[in-house]
Design a protein. Structure first.
Length: 366
C-alpha cells in the first residue's frame, strides 16, 4: 500500500512539473498605445514544439510568467487590439526576472471611408458599385508614438478590378495620392522596416469631392534579447529524447467550412491549422495550396471577394504561426466549382469551404 502511494505521489509531482526547461521569468505591464489604460492580455510562447500558453496580465496590466528556454517568439493577444509577435533571443541559460513594457494598438472597427483591421471585416455589399466615380484619397504612414512620418511599402488589392497596386513612401515622398475610379472594398498591406506590419481593409462607398488623408500608424517591432550563462550541453542521450516528439508531427489535407456570408476563422479549425503549421515548419520541402469557395447565393463578384477573404484569413493565421508566406499558394475562386448542387441549404453549406492541401514545393506552381 505504501509503495502504491509513493508511486502516485511521484506521478502527481511529475504532472505538476513544467514540461519545458525554464529560463527565468518575464514580467512587466501591458497598456494601450497611450500608456494610460492597462489591458488584460494573454501571453503565449512560440517554441519549436508549438504554441505554449504562459498566462495573462491582471486588471492593472501587470504580469509575471515563466519563460521557456526554447521560446522563439512572445505572442501578446487582447480583444480589439492588434496581436503582437515579439521575437525572443536567449543566449545561454537565463536566470532571474526580465522586465518589459508593452503598448498595444487598437484594431479599429469596420467603417466606411477609413482603413480598419482585416480581422474586423463583416459582410458588406456595395451599392452602385459599377458606377464611375472619382475619389481622391491620400495615404500617410506614421509612428504610433512619435507621430513622425515613416517610409513604407504599401500594396492595395482591388476587389472590383482584381488588381494589385504597390508603391513606396519615402522621406522625399511621404504621402501618396490615389484616384479611385469606382466604389470598391480595397485591402491594404503596409510594411516599414523596424515596425510591425499592418493589414487592413478600406470600404470606398462615398463619392464626396473633397480629398481625404488616411493616416496609418505603426508600432515598433520589439525584440527581446536576453544573455545568460552558457548552457551545458547534455550528453547525446538527452538529445535523442527530444527528437522523436518533433518527428511524430503529421498533417493531412482538409476542407474547412464557413457560415454563409462570413469569413471569420472558425474556432474549431485552429487546432488543425496549428498542426499544419508545425508540420510545414518541420518539413522544409512541403508547401500549401489553399483554395476558397462559396455557394451561388448573391452577386458572383462579391462571392469571389468573399472566397478570397476566407483564403486570406487562413493564410494570415498560418503566417502568424511562423509558416513562410512564400510556401503558400492561395486563391479564391468564388462559386465556380461547387462540390454539390446548390439546390438545398445543406448542399450550399458544403460549398462554403476552403480546401487546404499539403503539396511538394516543386508542385506549388502547378
Amino acid at each position: 500500500m505504501k509503495t502504491r502511494l509513493y508511486i502516485l505521489l511521484l506521478l502527481f509531482q511529475a504532472a505538476a512539473s513544467p514540461l519545458y526547461a525554464q529560463c527565468g521569468f518575464l514580467a512587466g505591464k501591458i497598456t494601450d498605445i497611450s500608456g494610460e489604460t492597462p489591458l488584460i492580455a494573454s501571453l503565449s510562447a512560440k517554441t519549436d514544439q508549438g504554441k505554449l500558453r504562459l498566462g495573462k496580465s491582471d486588471s492593472l496590466g501587470t504580469f509575471k510568467v515563466e519563460m521557456p528556454c526554447h521560446i522563439t517568439e512572445l505572442l501578446v493577444e487582447c480583444p480589439q487590439f492588434q496581436t503582437q509577435h515579439i521575437p525572443v533571443n536567449i543566449d545561454g541559460k537565463a536566470e532571474g526576472t526580465f522586465s518589459i513594457s508593452l503598448a498595444m494598438m487598437p484594431l479599429g472597427k469596420q467603417t466606411s471611408d477609413e482603413p480598419y483591421a482585416q480581422s474586423e471585416q463583416k459582410h458588406f455589399e456595395l451599392k452602385d458599385s459599377l458606377k464611375a466615380v472619382s475619389i481622391v484619397r491620400r495615404i500617410e504612414v506614421r509612428d504610433a508614438l512619435s507621430d513622425e512620418r515613416l517610409p513604407a511599402d504599401i500594396c492595395l488589392y482591388y476587389t472590383q478590378k482584381q488588381k494589385k497596386d504597390c508603391f513606396a513612401l519615402t522621406t522625399d515622398r511621404p504621402r501618396a495620392e490615389i484616384v479611385f475610379t469606382e466604389k470598391d472594398i480595397v485591402a491594404i498591406e503596409v510594411k516599414s522596416a523596424g515596425y510591425q506590419g499592418y493589414n487592413g481593409n478600406l470600404i470606398l462607398d462615398k463619392t464626396d469631392e473633397e480629398p481625404r488623408t488616411y493616416i496609418i500608424k505603426l508600432s515598433l517591432q520589439r525584440t527581446i534579447n536576453i544573455k545568460g550563462r552558457p548552457i551545458a550541453r547534455p550528453v547525446a542521450a538527452v538529445a535523442n529524447v527530444e527528437s522523436p516528439a518533433l518527428k511524430g508531427i503529421s498533417a493531412s489535407d482538409k476542407t474547412l467550412y464557413f457560415p454563409r456570408s462570413d469569413y471569420k476563422l472558425p474556432m474549431q479549425s485552429r487546432t488543425y491549422l496549428d498542426s499544419v503549421a508545425m508540420y510545414i515548419l518541420e518539413n522544409k520541402n512541403k508547401g500549401l495550396r489553399i483554395t476558397g469557395h462559396t455557394d451561388n447565393v448573391g452577386n458572383p463578384s462579391l462571392n469571389l471577394t468573399l472566397s478570397e477573404y476566407r483564403v486570406r484569413v487562413i493564410s494570415r493565421y498560418l503566417i502568424g504561426k511562423g509558416v513562410p508566406e512564400g510556401v503558400i499558394a492561395a486563391v479564391g475562386v468564388g462559386s465556380r466549382f461547387p462540390v454539390r448542387p446548390n439546390d438545398s441549404e445543406e448542399n450550399r453549406r458544403m460549398n462554403r469551404r476552403v480546401e487546404v492541401q499539403i503539396i511538394d514545393l516543386d508542385s506549388k506552381s502547378n
